[in-house]
Design a protein around this ligand. Structure first.
Ligand code: E4P
Length: 218
């Protein structure tokens, strides 16, 4: 399973990248707003040190506008993926981009049939939002299993990009259910390192090594 980082905060991306945990980046208009910087400048900077795919979301509601934005975004880096919302106009745009072998990521997906529609349009990635489903009392991860089964039934190449990940159990379930990618905030990435027995084990090793080193020196 690939790890993408779900942020437009360049410092966070650099931090995760130094730990070798960034196979790609996803952004959206809310994350750009939160980062508080110019959209183009931010994406160009990310693209200067990240080799993996960087999803940049179109803002238009019609296919023509989305395609125009896609043309511009493609000039911001070599690794740009055009992120497009699930809608009839969006799928028209995805089809045209995929015919030109331009990578796409279909976002705000909440049902297996939306994922099927995106795959049929030729999407490179489909982004089911598991956390937002949990928020309204659904089992977000059920969607991942359903999409996996549908894509495997018909050998779609479209990758399942598990999105709206909120905690490590989402990561575990994504990996168990065959998600191709999980896009994750830095906080959740950092939580993956944690285990109380690891902390306890390290503490004991340090304590023992100090005693042992003390004896060796004496
Ligand atoms: C995915 O591409 C989205 O940017 C993101 O995962 C949405 O997450 P949220 O529901 O925490 O906003």
């Amino acid at each position: 399973m690939e790890f993408f980082i779900d942020t437009a905060d360049v410092d966070e991306i650099r931090k995760a990248n130094e730990m070798g945990l960034v196979d790609g980046v996803t952004t959206n208009p809310s994350l750009i707003k939160k980062a508080g910087r110019d959209h183009e400048e931010t994406i160009r900077e990310i693209s200067s040190f990240i080799n993996g795919p960087i999803s940049v979301e179109t803002l238009s509601e019609d296919c023509e506008g989305m395609l125009k934005e896609a043309e511009e975004y493609m000039t911001w880096g070599n690794n740009i993926v055009i992120k497009i919302v699930m809608s009839p106009e969006g799928m028209k745009a995805v089809r045209q981009l995929s015919e030109r072998r331009i990578k796409t990521n279909v976002t705000v997906v909440f049902s297996p049939l939306q994922a099927l529609v995106a795959a049929k349009a030729g999407a490179t990635y489909v982004s089911p939002f598991v956390g937002r489903l949990d928020d309204v009392g659904h089992q977000g991860m059920d969607l991942i299993g359903q999409i996996r089964q549908i894509f495997d039934n018909y050998q779609f190449d479209t990758k399942i990009l598990v999105a709206s990940v909120r905690h490590p159990v989402h990561m575990l379930d994504s990996a168990l259910l065959g998600g191709d990618v999980a896009t994750v905030p830095l906080k959740t990435l950092m939580q993956l390192f944690n285990h109380p027995l690891t902390d306890k084990g390290i503490e004991q090793f340090i304590k023992d090594s100090k005693e042992w080193a003390g004896k060796a020196l004496a």
